[in-house]
Structures are given as structure tokens and as C-alpha cells.
Design a binder for this molecule. Sequence first.
Ligand code: CP3
Length: 351
Amino acid sequence: MGDPSSAPLLVRALRGEPVERTPVWFMRQAGRSLPEYRELRQSGSLLELCRQPELAAEVTLQPVRRHGVDAAILFSDIVTPLDAIDFGVEIKPGIGPVVAQPVRDKADLARLRDFDPDVDMPALRATIEAIVAELGPQGIPLIGFAGAPFTLASYLVEGGPSKQQSLTKAMMLADPALFDALLRRLSAIAVASLRTQVDAGAQVVQVFDSWIGTLSRSQYERFVLPVMQDLFTELAELGVPRTIFGVGTGHLLDLLAQTGADCVGIDWRIDLRDARKLVPDGKALQGNLDPAVMLAPREVIEAEVLRVLAEAPDRGYVFNLGHGVLPETPPEVPGEIVRLVREHSATTTLA
Ligand code: CP3
């Protein structure tokens, strides 16, 4: 993969190489927290925006310009592939993804047809090419992403967002074979999407398993881990660093490391020092400032950023939030945090 020293800072940190300073980006750095996004979004739905390469590229680049982060993340959603195969999904403002005909039995699985991004979603490659044309010369990488099978399955089975995932767990427990088949179809969709994203120029990938924290360890081990291991084995062929992220996963971190991901995203509920004990040293950590800290006074923000940096490992570490930027975040705050991270992590000595 070329000269390692020429790789972007984020990529080197994810590989566990010594770096001159800690890279920083924010989950959900694009979108509603930015006035320039709200202006551009005035009409049309999120899914419509994602079908327009110029607009989707522009929204992806907005936080890079404003905050000076070390990476862009593709502006899209975990459900765009489901939209592209005409599954019948809609994103309701203030609610989230809603599915017209939820998945309840084997017949519903047939509606989850194969996903070929270049046929079903030509905007995906076009958007990434437009982003990379602008970011490439600056040496800033693009992060591609996909929804993990369990989190996507939860939207498909529940029909929309759910706190407890009870219908999803009921299917998992009552009909493990059906549930496994559902997860494996969703895994194939994620692989197809990420393959195209990397082929078009994404240099890192992140798999969002946002709602996996509702499972127990034994449920995760039995019903989800084997699918994730196969998914990450397929992604290994892409030759880019792979991150797994979920919320409320303090009890699952060692199992998330067993997926084969190169980096584990940590939410704000657990100290990075404790996370480090659960995730083997060869794997990077990413996180974990509480997104609510961004709404606090400047002194509190500074103290919390320093606390996270103090708990972070010396190598294999990427500064981020413990979940996404909240829409009510003042737009100047992420940039201030970028400057704090730069200033306070620049002293790390190169081995
Ligand atoms: O930096 C970025 O914002 C990248 C773009 C991005 C979006 N969705 C755009 C979006 C990313 C990375 C996602 C991933 C996503 N979508 C996840 C995983 C990450 C996470 O936060 O846990 C999940 C669970 C979803 C499903 C989803 N889509 C939810 C829960 C919502 C919020 C509903 C709401 O209105 O509160 C969405 C809609 C959505 N996706 C918005 C954006 C910017 C907000 C609605 C809009 O702007 O129209």
C-alpha cells in the first residue's frame, strides 16, 4: 500500500503507527449543527440530497472547511442502500428511518434484493469522486461507512426507531435461522457499498452498529459475532483501516474487538483507560468525548478534552465524540475542540 509515511495522519494512527499529533474528526460532523447545511437543505428530503452528488459532496466538505478536522465522512445515511433497492424506507424528520412494510417472515427477506451500487445508486461513486477531487490535494482522507447488520435489521424489523429492540430480539430468539439470513443479506449490502466507496477513493471505513448495546454478551456472541467476523474478513480485502462503532457497548468491547475490526469506537459511558484493558493493544481506539460537553461553557469543554486526551492511549488513537454531534451544538465549538486537540497532543514524541 505504498510508503507508510505518506499515508494521511488518520490512517497512520489507525494502523497504530507513531504520529506527530492526535487526529480528530467528529461523528455526525456534517448536517444539522451547521447553518450552511440548514440553508442548503431548505427543500427536499435527506434521501433526495444523497442522490445528488454535487450537493452531497458539498455537505461532506462543509465541516472540513469550517472545523479543520483531519477527515471527512461521506454525507449519507445507513439506510440509503435500502432506499436504493426500493425497499420502501423514508427518513422522518425528528424521528429517523421508517419502513413501510417491516420484515417479519421469510417472504419479506426476498424483498431485500442484492445491492449493486453502480447500478442502484450511481450517486455513491460520483459523490465520492467529487469529494476526493477536492480533498486529495490537501491530504485529507474520506471515511466511507455502512450500517451494521444488527442496527439495520432493527429498523427493518421494528419498522422504525426503537429503544428496546423487542421485536428484533424476539425474531432473533424465536427464529435464529431467519434472523441469521436477514443479517447475512444486510452484511452483503454493507460489503457491496463499502467496496464501491473504497474503489471510488475512501481511505478508511467505519461500520455503525449504533444499537448493538441492547444485546447481552451471550446474545452478541451467538447471534451477531459470527456474521460480523465474516463481514470484517470480507472488508479486509479492501486494504483500508476498518472501525466498528456502537453505543452502550462497555460490556461488549472485547467482543467488538473479536470482529476483526482494526479500531473500536468507544462511547462516553466508559473511560478510555478501561476500554484499553478490554480491546487488545494491536487495535486502535476512537472516542469518546460526551457530545453534550459541546453545549457546556468553554472552560468545561477544555477540561473535558484534556481529560479524554489524558486517558487516551499513546498510540493507535483517534479523538472523536462518544456519539454524534448534537444538532443544537454551537457551530464554532467543534473547531475549538480541533484546536485544543492539536495544541495538547502535539508533544507526543515519535518513537
Ligand atoms: O457526519 C454526518 O452527519 C454524516 C452523515 C450521516 C447521516 N446519518 C446523515 C443524517 C451518518 C454517518 C448517518 C448514520 C446513521 N443514520 C446512523 C449511525 C450513526 C449514529 O448516529 O448512530 C444511524 C443510527 C442512522 C439512522 C438515522 N438517520 C437517524 C437516527 C436519524 C435522525 C433522525 C432525526 O431527525 O433526529 C437519521 C436522519 C439523518 N441522517 C439526519 C442526518 C444529517 C438528520 C435529518 C436531516 O438532516 O434531514
